[in-house]
Design a binder for this molecule. Structure first.
Ligand SMILES: *Cc1c(COP(=O)(O)O)cnc(C)c1O
Length: 357
């Protein structure tokens, strides 16, 4: 009882943003582009940006704030337009978190382990200490262990749910407890949320000032090639991200193609349904293969499987022209392969090759 009362008493308010943001970023005067200063669409003659008047439409700089696309996405996601940031992949948003909040050589970030490799790489690039808190055998985190890794210089805590490479949804009670108890920024990477069968953390944005949710067009939306990621957060955080990003981070072709896809976004639901159906079939068949020891549960568009000899199986498949991901060197993933769900034909090719292995 007493422990419970103590835990309740520990609910913390987020530090003021000015205390969390690096002082140089807080006081930054951002670059102002010609297209920032003039925002209207009514003008007919544009002589403000030193563009070439020929070669319409790619001769013009794109909208630095992608307003048309945001207007569409806010309706689909049910969030305010000023709570949306678009990046050159979610990877840009991940990097921005470090550049905005973490003083190099001073601050640190905490993350679950194993998880998506980019958090650690961005930490290294920005000279920020990265503290890994090991998941349990079911790839679930312990909130108290995460909070024990936090000190006065911890600015960011990263969750990834469903998690990569394990594929499972992270226990919401753990994420909620960390959101309640940590006075810095909590990032929940939902790259695979469309496959997860659980609600998005987007619904909590309005009452969680320290929450940043990452999503992407690269997975369920089928647009990894155009490099478009999303971050959702309170407007003050989004403002700072817009100040720090490259002025024209989302190019014209990407904005145009994303608009076209958004107009027919009901297609995404059909793709997700097929992938989920195939996920169930492929996982069941894969589990029965001679080479397989265990298939871990998945809430994503891939699954992790422990096999007898991951390197040998991987190399055999390469010889058959089939590429999976060998995750054996990742913590808790010894002899494990990560398999993306493909089309029926692709999945059958994998099963057939492995049945002869
Ligand atoms: C694939 C993936 C992304 C997507 O990154 P993009 O840069 O948007 O393509 C983000 N987070 C995780 C965990 C992923 O697995």
């Amino acid at each position: 009882m007493e422990a419970k009362a103590n835990a309740k008493a520990k609910v913390k308010k987020m530090k003021p943003l000015q205390e969390l943001v690096r002082p140089n970023i807080w006081s930054l005067s951002p670059y102002t582009s010609a297209r920032d200063e003039y925002k209207g669409h009514e003008a007919k003659v544009f002589l403000d940006a030193n563009e070439n008047p020929y070669n319409d439409p790619v001769n013009r700089y794109p909208d630095p704030l992608q307003r048309d696309l945001k207007a569409r996405i806010c309706a689909i996601k049910g969030v305010r337009e000023d709570s949306i940031f678009f990046g050159n992949g979610s990877d840009e948003a991940i990097d921005l978190m470090f550049r905005i909040f973490c003083r190099p050589g001073v601050d640190n970030a905490v993350a679950i382990e194993p998880t998506y490799g980019m958090y650690g790489v961005c930490a290294d690039i920005n000279d920020v200490e990265y503290r890994r808190v090991l998941l349990d055998d079911n790839f679930q985190p312990d909130a108290d262990k995460i909070l024990a890794a936090v000190d006065a210089n911890t600015k960011l805590i990263f969750f990834c749910s469903p998690n990569n490479p394990s594929g499972n949804n992270i226990d919401r009670k753990v994420i909620d407890k960390v959101l309640d108890s940590f006075d810095g920024i909590v990032i929940v990477d939902e790259a695979y949320i469309d496959f997860a069968g659980v609600p998005s953390y987007l619904q909590q944005l309005s009452n969680r000032p320290n929450l940043v949710v990452l999503q992407t067009f690269s997975k369920a939306w089928g647009m990894a090639g155009i490099r478009l990621g999303m971050a959702f957060a309170q407007p003050q955080i989004i403002d700072i991200m817009n100040k720090v990003k490259y002025p024209y981070n989302i190019n014209q072709l990407t904005q145009k193609r994303a608009m076209e896809e958004v107009m027919q976004h009901d297609r995404v639901r059909g793709w997700v349904e097929s992938i989920l159906k195939e996920r169930a079939r492929l996982m069941e068949k894969f589990a029965r293969l001679d080479c397989c020891i265990k298939v871990y549960p998945s809430d994503a568009n891939f699954f992790l499987a422990r096999v007898k000899d991951a390197a040998a199986t991987y190399n055999y498949l390469v010889g058959q022209g089939i590429i999976v991901r060998n995750r054996s060197k990742v913590a808790l993933c010894g002899n494990s392969l990560r398999v993306t769900i493909g089309t029926v034909a692709e999945n059958n090719a994998l099963l057939e090759a492995l049945s002869k292995y």
